[in-house]
Design a protein around this ligand. Structure first.
Ligand code: C2E
Ligand code: MG
Ligand code: MG
Length: 281
């Protein structure tokens, strides 16, 4: 088992990604080609999920594994999500990809002997109204108990604070599914808006963690955010923990859980299962 307090040698870096940039700034022709390739990949179910553990900082126990999508390509290697999710979000593809991720991840997590699953959700899935149906189908088909699943949402998805968004999130929460606010600190969420949302987890963005513990401003912000999160009865998670100093500092100021390369890079499902001993006997 991974133990936050006995981290051992750092894991090897993942293989280099042989793709420079395919994002919103690419040439229109390249973007169109990429969208065509993405459509073909979606129909063929050509994606894979890697999983990154999230640990209790006090005990070192793995609490949750986060599903992170990759697109394996013969020529370009393993394409990371930031290179294709924004393109999928500009079309209907994101709903197809989102449904696949939910079902695939839930079907994997149902075989784990312990630890919950978290899945990233796109704004389009929430705003187009398809999320509750996708979720119900994934839980039904996989047999994963709802309280073993958590959805990760970003601040930008929630800032409108619309009644529809609130009702959808409350219905999901009523099922027993957890709701995490991802990348906290990068958007413009107001505290009063956060208070109205049925959240269970707050994930501090790694930009707030990167310069800890030496940067005094960041240290003060992180302390205040942890206190605020706890006042709202949220589990507070720090993302992007890469050093033992960051882990010790965050644990010392009461941060509940952590995720980052110090503990583990995201891993393919079979490697995660054997590393954590997750397979049921
Ligand atoms: P995220 O949900 O905030 O995921 C964390 C990202 O930080 C992951 O990048 C992870 O590999 C990386 N990371 C984890 N620990 C460390 C660390 O210690 N140092 C550094 N430098 N990085 C770390 P990844 O897998 O490339 O994912 C990027 C983003 O793509 C995710 O950010 C998430 O917003 C999005 N994404 C991933 N999978 C999905 C998906 O299935 N659906 C949707 N809609 N978005 C996804
Ligand atoms: Mg996430
Ligand atoms: Mg994040």
């Amino acid at each position: 088992m991974i133990n936050a307090n006995q981290t051992g040698p750092r894991p090897a870096a993942p293989p280099p990604i042989r793709l420079a940039v395919i994002d919103g700034r690419s040439e229109p022709a390249m973007r169109r080609r990429l969208e065509r390739e993405l459509r073909t990949a979606t129909v063929a179910g050509a994606f894979v999920l890697h999983y990154q553990p999230r640990l209790c900082l006090a005990s070192g126990a793995v609490e949750v594994n986060e599903a992170l999508i990759r697109w394996p390509d013969r020529k370009r290697g393993l394409i990371p999500p930031n290179a294709f999710i924004p393109i999928a979000e500009r079309s209907d593809l994101i709903n197809l990809i989102g449904a696949w991720v939910l079902l695939e991840a839930c079907s994997e997590a149902v075989s784990w002997s312990r630890a919950r699953l978290s899945v990233n959700v796109s704004a389009r899935q929430l705003q187009s109204g398809v999320l509750p149906i996708q979720l119900a189908m994934a839980l039904e088909q996989s047999g994963l108990p709802p309280d073993r699943l958590e959805l990760e949402l970003t601040e930008s998805m929630l800032v409108d604070g619309s009644t529809d968004t609130l009702l959808t999130l409350s219905a999901i929460r009523d099922l027993g599914v957890g709701l995490a606010l991802d990348d906290f600190g990068t958007g413009f969420a107001s505290l009063s808006m956060l208070k109205r949302l049925p959240l269970t987890v707050m994930k501090l963005d790694r930009s707030l963690v990167r310069d800890l513990p030496t940067n005094r401003e960041d240290a003060a912000i992180v302390r205040a955010v942890i206190e605020t999160g706890h006042a709202m009865r949220l589990t507070v998670v720090a993302e992007g923990i890469e050093t033992e100093d960051q882990r010790a500092f965050l644990s010392g100021i009461g941060c509940d859980e952590g995720q980052g390369y110090l503990f583990s890079h995201p891993l393919p499902a079979d490697q995660l299962r054997s590393k954590l001993g997750l397979t049921r006997s």
